[in-house]
Design a protein around this ligand. Structure first.
Ligand SMILES: Cc1cc2nc3c(=O)[nH]c(=O)nc-3n(C[C@H](O)[C@H](O)[C@H](O)COP(=O)(O)OP(=O)(O)OC[C@H]3O[C@@H](n4cnc5c(N)ncnc54)[C@H](O)[C@@H]3O)c2cc1C
Length: 490
Protein backbone atom coordinates (compact mmCIF):
# COMPACT_ATOMS: atom_id res chain seq x y z
CA UNK A 1 0.00 0.00 0.00
CA UNK A 2 1.17 3.54 -0.79
CA UNK A 3 -0.74 6.54 0.48
CA UNK A 4 0.14 10.18 -0.14
CA UNK A 5 -1.30 13.44 1.06
CA UNK A 6 -2.20 14.88 -2.33
CA UNK A 7 -3.50 18.27 -1.26
CA UNK A 8 -5.29 20.34 1.32
CA UNK A 9 -6.89 23.71 1.29
CA UNK A 10 -4.69 26.64 2.28
CA UNK A 11 -5.61 30.19 3.18
CA UNK A 12 -5.59 32.29 -0.01
CA UNK A 13 -3.62 35.05 1.76
CA UNK A 14 -0.76 32.60 2.27
CA UNK A 15 -0.97 31.49 -1.35
CA UNK A 16 -0.78 35.12 -2.48
CA UNK A 17 2.42 35.57 -0.51
CA UNK A 18 4.10 32.79 -2.45
CA UNK A 19 6.26 33.98 -5.33
CA UNK A 20 4.27 35.30 -8.24
CA UNK A 21 6.11 33.12 -10.82
CA UNK A 22 4.59 30.02 -9.26
CA UNK A 23 1.14 31.46 -8.83
CA UNK A 24 -0.17 30.14 -12.11
CA UNK A 25 0.31 26.65 -10.70
CA UNK A 26 -1.68 27.35 -7.59
CA UNK A 27 -4.94 25.85 -8.68
CA UNK A 28 -7.01 22.90 -7.48
CA UNK A 29 -7.69 22.02 -11.13
CA UNK A 30 -4.60 19.81 -11.27
CA UNK A 31 -6.13 17.49 -8.70
CA UNK A 32 -9.35 17.19 -10.67
CA UNK A 33 -7.46 16.64 -13.92
CA UNK A 34 -5.18 13.98 -12.42
CA UNK A 35 -8.03 12.11 -10.74
CA UNK A 36 -10.11 12.33 -13.90
CA UNK A 37 -7.37 10.44 -15.75
CA UNK A 38 -7.25 7.59 -13.20
CA UNK A 39 -10.04 5.71 -14.88
CA UNK A 40 -8.20 5.28 -18.20
CA UNK A 41 -4.50 5.82 -17.59
CA UNK A 42 -2.15 2.98 -16.59
CA UNK A 43 -0.01 5.48 -14.60
CA UNK A 44 -0.02 5.72 -10.82
CA UNK A 45 -2.14 8.56 -9.56
CA UNK A 46 0.78 10.45 -7.99
CA UNK A 47 2.48 10.50 -11.42
CA UNK A 48 -0.71 11.75 -13.03
CA UNK A 49 -0.76 14.49 -10.46
CA UNK A 50 2.86 15.43 -11.14
CA UNK A 51 2.12 15.56 -14.86
CA UNK A 52 -0.88 17.79 -14.27
CA UNK A 53 1.20 20.15 -12.13
CA UNK A 54 3.97 20.31 -14.77
CA UNK A 55 1.57 21.31 -17.53
CA UNK A 56 -1.36 23.16 -16.02
CA UNK A 57 -2.71 24.30 -19.38
CA UNK A 58 -2.90 20.71 -20.56
CA UNK A 59 -4.57 19.73 -17.29
CA UNK A 60 -7.13 22.45 -17.87
CA UNK A 61 -7.88 21.21 -21.38
CA UNK A 62 -8.23 17.72 -20.02
CA UNK A 63 -10.65 18.90 -17.35
CA UNK A 64 -12.76 20.69 -19.91
CA UNK A 65 -12.86 17.67 -22.16
CA UNK A 66 -13.69 15.23 -19.38
CA UNK A 67 -16.29 17.43 -17.70
CA UNK A 68 -17.75 19.07 -20.77
CA UNK A 69 -17.47 16.54 -23.57
CA UNK A 70 -17.70 13.35 -21.55
CA UNK A 71 -20.09 14.64 -18.91
CA UNK A 72 -17.94 13.24 -16.10
CA UNK A 73 -18.95 16.01 -13.68
CA UNK A 74 -17.93 14.30 -10.48
CA UNK A 75 -14.25 15.05 -11.16
CA UNK A 76 -15.02 18.70 -10.38
CA UNK A 77 -15.70 17.62 -6.80
CA UNK A 78 -11.96 17.24 -6.22
CA UNK A 79 -11.45 20.99 -6.49
CA UNK A 80 -12.52 22.74 -3.32
CA UNK A 81 -12.90 26.43 -2.52
CA UNK A 82 -13.38 28.43 0.64
CA UNK A 83 -15.22 31.74 0.61
CA UNK A 84 -15.53 34.46 3.25
CA UNK A 85 -18.99 35.90 2.58
CA UNK A 86 -19.60 39.09 4.52
CA UNK A 87 -22.30 41.70 4.71
CA UNK A 88 -25.10 39.56 3.31
CA UNK A 89 -28.65 39.69 4.62
CA UNK A 90 -30.21 37.00 6.78
CA UNK A 91 -32.57 36.43 3.88
CA UNK A 92 -29.73 35.83 1.41
CA UNK A 93 -28.05 33.48 3.89
CA UNK A 94 -31.08 31.24 3.55
CA UNK A 95 -30.47 30.93 -0.18
CA UNK A 96 -26.74 30.51 0.31
CA UNK A 97 -27.09 27.71 2.82
CA UNK A 98 -29.70 25.67 1.04
CA UNK A 99 -27.15 23.41 -0.65
CA UNK A 100 -26.57 20.09 0.99
CA UNK A 101 -23.12 19.23 -0.30
CA UNK A 102 -21.32 22.23 1.15
CA UNK A 103 -20.15 23.38 4.57
CA UNK A 104 -21.09 26.58 6.32
CA UNK A 105 -20.28 28.30 9.56
CA UNK A 106 -22.04 31.53 10.33
CA UNK A 107 -22.07 34.05 13.08
CA UNK A 108 -24.31 32.88 15.86
CA UNK A 109 -27.51 34.86 16.12
CA UNK A 110 -26.63 35.18 19.80
CA UNK A 111 -23.82 37.55 18.88
CA UNK A 112 -25.62 39.86 16.47
CA UNK A 113 -24.41 43.34 17.37
CA UNK A 114 -26.45 45.47 14.98
CA UNK A 115 -23.59 47.91 14.44
CA UNK A 116 -25.14 49.44 11.35
CA UNK A 117 -25.58 46.05 9.73
CA UNK A 118 -28.49 46.30 7.36
CA UNK A 119 -28.83 45.31 3.71
CA UNK A 120 -31.16 47.65 1.85
CA UNK A 121 -32.35 45.58 -1.12
CA UNK A 122 -31.60 47.09 -4.52
CA UNK A 123 -35.14 46.23 -5.69
CA UNK A 124 -36.51 48.97 -3.44
CA UNK A 125 -35.85 51.95 -5.66
CA UNK A 126 -38.19 54.78 -4.82
CA UNK A 127 -37.05 57.25 -2.20
CA UNK A 128 -40.42 57.01 -0.43
CA UNK A 129 -40.23 53.23 -0.11
CA UNK A 130 -36.63 53.38 1.05
CA UNK A 131 -37.73 55.81 3.73
CA UNK A 132 -40.55 53.49 4.81
CA UNK A 133 -38.19 50.54 4.85
CA UNK A 134 -35.61 52.34 6.98
CA UNK A 135 -38.24 53.75 9.34
CA UNK A 136 -39.73 50.33 10.04
CA UNK A 137 -36.32 48.74 10.51
CA UNK A 138 -35.44 51.54 12.94
CA UNK A 139 -38.57 50.81 14.96
CA UNK A 140 -37.71 47.12 15.00
CA UNK A 141 -34.15 47.84 16.04
CA UNK A 142 -35.24 50.19 18.81
CA UNK A 143 -37.42 47.47 20.27
CA UNK A 144 -34.54 45.04 19.89
CA UNK A 145 -32.29 47.25 22.02
CA UNK A 146 -35.01 47.87 24.55
CA UNK A 147 -35.89 44.18 24.78
CA UNK A 148 -32.24 43.22 25.02
CA UNK A 149 -31.54 45.70 27.84
CA UNK A 150 -34.58 44.59 29.87
CA UNK A 151 -34.04 40.91 29.28
CA UNK A 152 -30.34 41.13 29.99
CA UNK A 153 -30.92 42.92 33.30
CA UNK A 154 -33.47 40.33 34.33
CA UNK A 155 -31.42 37.35 33.24
CA UNK A 156 -28.22 38.67 34.86
CA UNK A 157 -30.16 38.86 38.14
CA UNK A 158 -31.78 35.47 37.67
CA UNK A 159 -28.45 33.86 36.84
CA UNK A 160 -26.30 35.90 39.19
CA UNK A 161 -24.05 32.94 39.91
CA UNK A 162 -23.30 32.31 36.22
CA UNK A 163 -22.86 36.03 35.64
CA UNK A 164 -20.10 36.33 38.25
CA UNK A 165 -17.40 35.90 35.61
CA UNK A 166 -17.02 37.94 32.41
CA UNK A 167 -17.53 34.74 30.39
CA UNK A 168 -20.73 34.01 32.33
CA UNK A 169 -21.97 37.55 31.78
CA UNK A 170 -21.46 37.21 28.02
CA UNK A 171 -23.26 33.88 28.07
CA UNK A 172 -26.27 35.42 29.76
CA UNK A 173 -26.13 38.38 27.36
CA UNK A 174 -26.32 35.81 24.56
CA UNK A 175 -29.56 34.43 25.97
CA UNK A 176 -31.03 37.93 26.06
CA UNK A 177 -29.96 38.62 22.47
CA UNK A 178 -31.36 35.32 21.34
CA UNK A 179 -34.90 36.31 22.28
CA UNK A 180 -34.64 40.04 21.55
CA UNK A 181 -33.65 39.29 17.94
CA UNK A 182 -37.11 37.97 17.12
CA UNK A 183 -38.01 41.54 16.22
CA UNK A 184 -34.99 42.05 13.94
CA UNK A 185 -35.57 42.07 10.20
CA UNK A 186 -34.32 39.58 7.67
CA UNK A 187 -32.38 42.49 6.16
CA UNK A 188 -29.98 42.31 9.11
CA UNK A 189 -26.61 41.39 7.76
CA UNK A 190 -24.45 38.45 8.68
CA UNK A 191 -21.44 36.56 7.48
CA UNK A 192 -20.62 32.98 6.64
CA UNK A 193 -17.54 30.91 5.92
CA UNK A 194 -18.37 28.48 3.14
CA UNK A 195 -16.43 25.50 1.84
CA UNK A 196 -17.66 24.04 -1.41
CA UNK A 197 -16.42 21.84 -4.21
CA UNK A 198 -16.49 23.05 -7.81
CA UNK A 199 -19.41 20.85 -8.81
CA UNK A 200 -21.66 22.13 -6.04
CA UNK A 201 -20.44 25.67 -6.67
CA UNK A 202 -21.52 25.40 -10.30
CA UNK A 203 -24.92 24.18 -9.15
CA UNK A 204 -25.15 27.10 -6.71
CA UNK A 205 -24.31 29.59 -9.46
CA UNK A 206 -27.01 28.18 -11.72
CA UNK A 207 -29.61 28.37 -8.97
CA UNK A 208 -28.58 31.84 -7.84
CA UNK A 209 -28.91 33.26 -11.34
CA UNK A 210 -32.60 32.42 -11.01
CA UNK A 211 -32.97 33.99 -7.60
CA UNK A 212 -35.65 36.66 -7.35
CA UNK A 213 -33.17 38.62 -5.21
CA UNK A 214 -30.56 40.84 -6.77
CA UNK A 215 -28.36 40.43 -3.72
CA UNK A 216 -28.12 36.68 -4.34
CA UNK A 217 -27.62 37.04 -8.10
CA UNK A 218 -24.85 39.51 -7.42
CA UNK A 219 -23.21 37.18 -4.94
CA UNK A 220 -23.18 34.42 -7.57
CA UNK A 221 -21.44 36.72 -10.06
CA UNK A 222 -18.88 37.73 -7.45
CA UNK A 223 -18.02 34.14 -6.58
CA UNK A 224 -17.69 33.22 -10.25
CA UNK A 225 -15.38 36.19 -10.84
CA UNK A 226 -13.22 35.05 -7.93
CA UNK A 227 -12.99 31.44 -9.06
CA UNK A 228 -12.45 31.86 -12.80
CA UNK A 229 -8.91 33.31 -12.62
CA UNK A 230 -7.84 30.50 -10.27
CA UNK A 231 -9.65 27.61 -11.91
CA UNK A 232 -10.96 28.50 -15.38
CA UNK A 233 -11.50 24.92 -16.50
CA UNK A 234 -13.79 23.71 -13.83
CA UNK A 235 -16.94 25.85 -13.78
CA UNK A 236 -18.40 25.16 -17.18
CA UNK A 237 -22.17 25.39 -16.78
CA UNK A 238 -23.03 28.38 -14.59
CA UNK A 239 -26.05 29.21 -16.76
CA UNK A 240 -29.46 27.78 -15.79
CA UNK A 241 -31.01 25.50 -18.38
CA UNK A 242 -34.47 26.01 -19.85
CA UNK A 243 -35.64 23.23 -17.54
CA UNK A 244 -34.12 24.98 -14.51
CA UNK A 245 -35.94 28.14 -15.51
CA UNK A 246 -39.31 26.91 -16.61
CA UNK A 247 -40.09 23.42 -15.37
CA UNK A 248 -42.62 24.60 -12.81
CA UNK A 249 -44.21 27.36 -14.91
CA UNK A 250 -47.04 25.26 -16.41
CA UNK A 251 -47.77 23.73 -13.01
CA UNK A 252 -47.82 27.13 -11.37
CA UNK A 253 -50.22 28.38 -14.00
CA UNK A 254 -52.51 25.43 -13.45
CA UNK A 255 -52.44 25.71 -9.66
CA UNK A 256 -52.94 29.47 -9.69
CA UNK A 257 -56.69 28.82 -9.50
CA UNK A 258 -56.30 26.81 -6.31
CA UNK A 259 -56.80 28.39 -2.88
CA UNK A 260 -53.90 30.47 -1.57
CA UNK A 261 -51.46 28.80 0.78
CA UNK A 262 -52.11 30.34 4.13
CA UNK A 263 -55.43 31.96 4.64
CA UNK A 264 -55.69 30.94 8.25
CA UNK A 265 -53.37 30.60 11.20
CA UNK A 266 -52.43 27.00 11.45
CA UNK A 267 -51.03 25.17 14.46
CA UNK A 268 -47.29 25.44 14.38
CA UNK A 269 -46.22 22.05 15.76
CA UNK A 270 -44.89 19.34 13.47
CA UNK A 271 -47.49 17.15 11.83
CA UNK A 272 -46.35 13.90 10.31
CA UNK A 273 -47.85 13.73 6.84
CA UNK A 274 -46.36 10.45 5.73
CA UNK A 275 -43.96 7.83 6.96
CA UNK A 276 -42.63 4.41 6.10
CA UNK A 277 -45.19 1.92 7.33
CA UNK A 278 -43.69 -0.84 9.47
CA UNK A 279 -40.49 1.18 9.87
CA UNK A 280 -39.26 -1.01 12.72
CA UNK A 281 -39.69 -4.15 10.63
CA UNK A 282 -38.05 -2.60 7.59
CA UNK A 283 -35.00 -1.59 9.57
CA UNK A 284 -34.62 -5.09 10.97
CA UNK A 285 -35.30 -6.63 7.55
CA UNK A 286 -32.71 -4.37 5.90
CA UNK A 287 -30.13 -5.70 8.30
CA UNK A 288 -31.17 -9.32 7.81
CA UNK A 289 -31.04 -8.71 4.09
CA UNK A 290 -27.44 -7.55 4.04
CA UNK A 291 -26.24 -9.79 6.86
CA UNK A 292 -27.78 -13.02 5.54
CA UNK A 293 -27.81 -12.15 1.84
CA UNK A 294 -31.59 -12.53 1.57
CA UNK A 295 -33.97 -10.83 -0.82
CA UNK A 296 -35.67 -7.93 0.91
CA UNK A 297 -39.31 -9.15 0.57
CA UNK A 298 -38.35 -12.48 2.09
CA UNK A 299 -36.42 -10.86 4.94
CA UNK A 300 -39.38 -8.56 5.63
CA UNK A 301 -41.85 -11.44 5.63
CA UNK A 302 -39.65 -13.29 8.13
CA UNK A 303 -39.30 -10.27 10.39
CA UNK A 304 -43.06 -9.69 10.35
CA UNK A 305 -43.58 -13.13 11.81
CA UNK A 306 -41.40 -12.49 14.86
CA UNK A 307 -43.46 -11.93 18.02
CA UNK A 308 -43.63 -8.23 19.08
CA UNK A 309 -42.09 -8.95 22.50
CA UNK A 310 -39.17 -10.71 20.86
CA UNK A 311 -38.65 -7.84 18.46
CA UNK A 312 -38.62 -5.40 21.34
CA UNK A 313 -35.99 -7.52 23.00
CA UNK A 314 -33.90 -7.54 19.83
CA UNK A 315 -33.95 -3.74 19.65
CA UNK A 316 -33.21 -3.53 23.36
CA UNK A 317 -30.15 -5.68 22.86
CA UNK A 318 -29.17 -3.61 19.84
CA UNK A 319 -29.26 -0.33 21.78
CA UNK A 320 -27.60 -1.71 24.90
CA UNK A 321 -24.18 -0.21 24.17
CA UNK A 322 -25.47 3.03 22.67
CA UNK A 323 -23.80 6.23 23.88
CA UNK A 324 -25.11 9.75 23.68
CA UNK A 325 -22.96 10.48 20.62
CA UNK A 326 -23.47 7.16 18.79
CA UNK A 327 -24.48 7.48 15.15
CA UNK A 328 -27.26 5.18 14.06
CA UNK A 329 -26.31 2.73 11.31
CA UNK A 330 -27.38 3.00 7.69
CA UNK A 331 -30.26 0.54 8.15
CA UNK A 332 -32.08 3.38 9.92
CA UNK A 333 -32.23 5.20 6.61
CA UNK A 334 -34.84 2.66 5.48
CA UNK A 335 -37.51 4.49 7.47
CA UNK A 336 -38.55 7.94 6.21
CA UNK A 337 -40.64 10.49 8.01
CA UNK A 338 -42.17 13.50 6.29
CA UNK A 339 -43.58 16.27 8.44
CA UNK A 340 -44.99 19.70 7.99
CA UNK A 341 -44.58 22.54 10.44
CA UNK A 342 -45.02 26.28 10.58
CA UNK A 343 -41.75 27.71 11.80
CA UNK A 344 -40.42 31.15 12.62
CA UNK A 345 -37.55 32.55 10.58
CA UNK A 346 -35.43 32.08 13.65
CA UNK A 347 -36.27 28.39 13.86
CA UNK A 348 -35.86 27.99 10.09
CA UNK A 349 -32.35 29.46 10.26
CA UNK A 350 -31.37 26.47 12.39
CA UNK A 351 -33.53 23.86 10.69
CA UNK A 352 -32.02 24.54 7.27
CA UNK A 353 -28.58 23.61 8.56
CA UNK A 354 -29.54 19.94 8.64
CA UNK A 355 -28.41 18.81 5.26
CA UNK A 356 -29.24 15.11 5.23
CA UNK A 357 -32.86 15.91 4.57
CA UNK A 358 -35.30 17.19 2.00
CA UNK A 359 -36.50 20.60 3.05
CA UNK A 360 -39.10 22.50 1.03
CA UNK A 361 -40.04 25.88 2.41
CA UNK A 362 -42.97 28.08 1.48
CA UNK A 363 -42.76 31.88 1.51
CA UNK A 364 -42.78 33.87 4.71
CA UNK A 365 -46.37 34.98 5.12
CA UNK A 366 -47.67 37.52 7.62
CA UNK A 367 -50.94 35.53 7.61
CA UNK A 368 -49.15 32.73 9.43
CA UNK A 369 -48.72 34.92 12.48
CA UNK A 370 -45.60 35.56 14.50
CA UNK A 371 -43.63 33.74 17.16
CA UNK A 372 -43.33 35.89 20.28
CA UNK A 373 -40.74 34.62 22.78
CA UNK A 374 -42.32 34.04 26.20
CA UNK A 375 -39.54 36.11 27.79
CA UNK A 376 -40.58 39.22 25.85
CA UNK A 377 -44.17 38.70 26.99
CA UNK A 378 -43.00 38.30 30.58
CA UNK A 379 -41.19 41.64 30.56
CA UNK A 380 -44.32 43.33 29.24
CA UNK A 381 -43.24 43.91 25.63
CA UNK A 382 -46.01 41.89 23.91
CA UNK A 383 -48.01 45.04 23.11
CA UNK A 384 -45.07 46.93 21.59
CA UNK A 385 -44.03 43.80 19.75
CA UNK A 386 -47.50 43.49 18.20
CA UNK A 387 -47.50 47.19 17.22
CA UNK A 388 -44.22 46.87 15.42
CA UNK A 389 -45.30 43.67 13.72
CA UNK A 390 -48.42 45.51 12.51
CA UNK A 391 -46.25 48.34 11.12
CA UNK A 392 -43.95 45.75 9.55
CA UNK A 393 -46.86 43.96 7.89
CA UNK A 394 -48.22 47.25 6.50
CA UNK A 395 -44.82 48.08 5.05
CA UNK A 396 -44.57 44.53 3.70
CA UNK A 397 -47.84 44.97 1.76
CA UNK A 398 -46.61 48.23 0.26
CA UNK A 399 -43.24 46.79 -0.66
CA UNK A 400 -44.75 43.62 -2.05
CA UNK A 401 -46.68 45.62 -4.61
CA UNK A 402 -43.71 47.73 -5.62
CA UNK A 403 -40.78 45.33 -5.25
CA UNK A 404 -42.20 41.79 -5.25
CA UNK A 405 -40.36 39.28 -3.11
CA UNK A 406 -37.84 41.92 -1.96
CA UNK A 407 -40.59 42.79 0.52
CA UNK A 408 -39.45 39.75 2.53
CA UNK A 409 -36.43 41.71 3.74
CA UNK A 410 -38.63 43.76 6.05
CA UNK A 411 -40.11 40.72 7.77
CA UNK A 412 -38.66 39.68 11.09
CA UNK A 413 -37.19 36.62 12.72
CA UNK A 414 -40.61 36.09 14.29
CA UNK A 415 -42.41 35.79 10.93
CA UNK A 416 -43.34 32.34 9.83
CA UNK A 417 -43.29 30.02 6.87
CA UNK A 418 -44.54 26.54 6.32
CA UNK A 419 -42.00 23.81 5.74
CA UNK A 420 -42.34 20.31 4.41
CA UNK A 421 -39.41 18.20 5.49
CA UNK A 422 -38.42 14.61 4.96
CA UNK A 423 -35.74 12.92 7.01
CA UNK A 424 -34.85 9.33 7.51
CA UNK A 425 -34.72 7.94 11.03
CA UNK A 426 -30.93 8.07 11.09
CA UNK A 427 -30.96 11.83 10.53
CA UNK A 428 -33.90 12.27 12.89
CA UNK A 429 -31.76 10.72 15.64
CA UNK A 430 -29.02 13.23 14.87
CA UNK A 431 -31.41 16.17 14.62
CA UNK A 432 -33.25 15.34 17.83
CA UNK A 433 -30.05 14.68 19.73
CA UNK A 434 -28.76 18.17 18.88
CA UNK A 435 -31.98 20.12 18.87
CA UNK A 436 -34.15 18.58 21.61
CA UNK A 437 -31.36 19.31 24.00
CA UNK A 438 -31.04 21.72 26.88
CA UNK A 439 -28.32 23.65 25.00
CA UNK A 440 -30.53 24.09 21.95
CA UNK A 441 -32.47 27.28 21.30
CA UNK A 442 -36.04 26.93 22.65
CA UNK A 443 -37.89 27.48 19.35
CA UNK A 444 -36.23 24.70 17.40
CA UNK A 445 -36.17 22.63 20.57
CA UNK A 446 -39.97 22.71 20.68
CA UNK A 447 -40.07 21.53 17.09
CA UNK A 448 -37.58 18.73 17.68
CA UNK A 449 -39.33 17.69 20.88
CA UNK A 450 -42.75 17.50 19.19
CA UNK A 451 -41.29 15.57 16.30
CA UNK A 452 -39.49 13.08 18.55
CA UNK A 453 -42.69 12.36 20.48
CA UNK A 454 -44.52 11.57 17.27
CA UNK A 455 -41.77 9.49 15.75
CA UNK A 456 -41.47 7.38 18.91
CA UNK A 457 -45.16 6.57 18.49
CA UNK A 458 -44.91 5.41 14.87
CA UNK A 459 -41.60 3.55 15.22
CA UNK A 460 -41.68 2.52 18.86
CA UNK A 461 -38.79 0.06 18.68
CA UNK A 462 -36.26 1.68 16.38
CA UNK A 463 -36.96 5.10 17.94
CA UNK A 464 -36.84 3.90 21.55
CA UNK A 465 -33.59 5.83 22.19
CA UNK A 466 -34.67 8.93 20.29
CA UNK A 467 -34.05 11.88 22.61
CA UNK A 468 -32.01 15.02 23.12
CA UNK A 469 -28.47 14.68 24.37
CA UNK A 470 -29.40 16.09 27.76
CA UNK A 471 -32.14 13.45 28.23
CA UNK A 472 -30.01 10.53 27.14
CA UNK A 473 -29.28 9.17 30.64
CA UNK A 474 -32.90 9.34 31.65
CA UNK A 475 -34.10 7.66 28.45
CA UNK A 476 -31.50 4.91 28.79
CA UNK A 477 -32.38 4.39 32.46
CA UNK A 478 -36.09 4.08 31.59
CA UNK A 479 -35.35 1.18 29.29
CA UNK A 480 -32.51 -0.61 31.03
CA UNK A 481 -32.94 0.46 34.67
CA UNK A 482 -29.19 1.07 34.76
CA UNK A 483 -26.88 3.91 33.71
CA UNK A 484 -25.61 3.91 30.11
CA UNK A 485 -22.08 2.82 29.29
CA UNK A 486 -19.38 5.32 28.41
CA UNK A 487 -18.78 8.97 29.09
CA UNK A 488 -21.33 11.43 30.38
CA UNK A 489 -22.43 14.27 28.10
CA UNK A 490 -21.20 17.68 29.23
C1 LIG B 1 -26.36 24.36 20.20
C2 LIG B 1 -25.94 24.63 18.78
C3 LIG B 1 -25.26 25.80 18.46
C4 LIG B 1 -24.86 26.05 17.14
N1 LIG B 1 -24.19 27.21 16.85
C5 LIG B 1 -23.80 27.45 15.58
C6 LIG B 1 -23.09 28.66 15.23
O1 LIG B 1 -22.81 29.51 16.07
N2 LIG B 1 -22.73 28.86 13.95
C7 LIG B 1 -23.02 27.93 12.99
O2 LIG B 1 -22.68 28.14 11.84
N3 LIG B 1 -23.70 26.80 13.26
C8 LIG B 1 -24.10 26.54 14.52
N4 LIG B 1 -24.79 25.37 14.80
C9 LIG B 1 -25.15 24.48 13.69
C10 LIG B 1 -24.21 23.26 13.63
O3 LIG B 1 -22.89 23.67 13.46
C11 LIG B 1 -24.61 22.35 12.45
O4 LIG B 1 -24.40 23.01 11.24
C12 LIG B 1 -26.04 21.90 12.50
O5 LIG B 1 -26.38 21.47 13.79
C13 LIG B 1 -26.26 20.76 11.49
O6 LIG B 1 -25.73 19.56 11.98
P1 LIG B 1 -24.53 18.76 11.33
O7 LIG B 1 -23.51 19.68 10.79
O8 LIG B 1 -24.06 17.75 12.32
O9 LIG B 1 -25.03 18.00 10.07
P2 LIG B 1 -26.32 17.59 9.25
O10 LIG B 1 -26.34 18.52 8.10
O11 LIG B 1 -27.53 17.45 10.09
O12 LIG B 1 -25.86 16.18 8.71
C14 LIG B 1 -25.90 14.99 9.51
C15 LIG B 1 -24.55 14.34 9.56
O13 LIG B 1 -24.10 14.05 8.23
C16 LIG B 1 -22.69 14.24 8.15
N5 LIG B 1 -22.41 15.34 7.21
C17 LIG B 1 -23.30 16.15 6.60
N6 LIG B 1 -22.67 16.96 5.74
C18 LIG B 1 -21.37 16.68 5.82
C19 LIG B 1 -20.21 17.18 5.17
N7 LIG B 1 -20.26 18.12 4.25
N8 LIG B 1 -19.03 16.64 5.51
C20 LIG B 1 -18.93 15.67 6.42
N9 LIG B 1 -19.99 15.16 7.08
C21 LIG B 1 -21.19 15.65 6.77
C22 LIG B 1 -22.21 14.55 9.57
O14 LIG B 1 -21.91 13.35 10.22
C23 LIG B 1 -23.44 15.17 10.17
O15 LIG B 1 -23.45 15.13 11.58
C24 LIG B 1 -25.19 25.11 16.12
C25 LIG B 1 -25.86 23.93 16.44
C26 LIG B 1 -26.25 23.68 17.76
C27 LIG B 1 -27.01 22.42 18.07
Amino acid sequence: MRVKLAGFNIDADILRRLESGRRRHLTPETLSAAYARISRSPLAVDRLRRQACRDVEKARRSNQKIIFAMGHHSVAEHAVFNFDIMGVSRLALEEIERFRLASYTEKSQRYVTLAGDLVLPAEIRSAALKKTFRAVVQQQNRLYFKGFALLNRRLQQQHAKTAQSAVGQRLVEGWAKEDARYILSLATSGQVGMTVNARTLEHMLRRWRLSPRQEVRQLGEKLLALVLPVAPSIILFPEPSAFDRDAFSPLNEFFAAFPAAANRRAGTGPRIVSFTENGDDRILAAHVCSHRGLEFPRALAMVKKIAPARKRLLFKEFFKKVEFFSAMPREFEMADITFQATVSASSFAQLKRHRMATLLAGDYLPELGNTLPASLREIGLAGEFAEIIAATNDAYSLLREAAGSAADYILTNSHRRRVLMKMNLREIYHFVRLRDDEHAQWDIRELAHGLAEKVRRIMPLSAMMLCGKSRFHEAYGNIYSSPPPGALPE
